[in-house]
Design a protein around this ligand. Structure first.
Ligand code: GLP
Length: 240
């Protein structure tokens, strides 16, 4: 596990974007695994800037996203489908038919998980972007999710509902469930880059990097992956 400590969020975002852009330059048909949340927004901004200014093309790139809220359709402004369009896809030359997310309003959610596992069997990310939940979750794999899990329906923890309520009008509007790639799916990526910023993540970063490998802290599984880069700002790294 390689850890790069940056001064702040902006530097973290630039470093992370450069790593992803290099993957796309080396392989114009790369598969990118993507994440939502506040952490990767700056990374995506830099990718957009580079696409516009330097012409890095996403024409032949495919993407798979980590997760989606149950019950929010793709037009809902808090859905991850909406997040991805507004924070990245609408601003680069990607073919949106090549972008994939689980569908949170599918009639049969388990069938949707099975469908998504089929997508992931064909599209193995060259690089998977991750954020980190303050309780150590990755994707929406909450503490005690088995390491051999694949895409599944998740009951969100109170901690995650509270963390994510800042983006909703009230905590009651935060969906209680999500569909998420499992830990096994995430670990299949050829390389992984995690962006983490802020003091509230410092404890989880410490456990992930130096702690015991345990389902109680899902991100600790990354110690077992051969090609992981953690890009974190000084606040997130403050307990290392
Ligand atoms: C959500 C997402 C995760 C993300 C986490 C951290 O729960 N499902 O993929 O990593 O939030 O979000 P933030 O970057 O906003 O702190």
């Amino acid at each position: 596990m390689k850890v790069i400590v940056t001064k702040n969020y902006d530097e973290m975002s630039q470093v992370a974007a450069n790593i992803i852009i290099d993957v796309v330059k080396n392989n114009p048909s790369a598969v990118l695994g993507l994440a939502t949340g506040s952490s990767p927004i700056g990374t995506y901004k830099n990718m957009i800037k580079d696409c516009k200014e330097n012409g890095t093309s996403y024409k032949n790139v495919s993407t798979v996203n980590l997760d989606e809220y149950v019950s929010l359709n793709a037009e809902h402004d808090q859905s991850y489908a909406y997040f991805m369009r507004t924070n990245l896809f609408d601003h680069i030359d990607i073919d949106q038919n090549n972008t994939n997310l689980p569908c949170g309003v599918a009639k049969d959610l388990q069938a949707e998980c099975d469908r998504y596992n089929g997508v992931l069997a064909k599209l193995v990310p060259d690089i998977q972007v991750l954020g980190l939940g303050s309780n150590g979750h990755i994707g929406f794999n909450e503490p005690d999710t088995p390491f051999d899990s694949v895409t599944h329906i998740v009951d969100l923890t109170e901690n995650t509902i509270k963390d994510n309520s800042r983006l909703f009008a009230s905590i009651d509007e935060v969906p209680r469930q999500a569909l998420s790639m499992g830990i096994k799916n995430i670990m299949q990526a050829k390389s992984i880059i995690m962006v983490v910023s802020g003091k509230n993540k410092a404890e989880a970063v410490k456990g992930m990097v130096n702690g015991k490998i345990t389902p109680a802290l899902p991100a600790s599984v990354l110690q077992l992956h051969p090609n992981v880069t953690i890009v974190c700002d000084e606040d997130a790294a403050s307990l290392l």
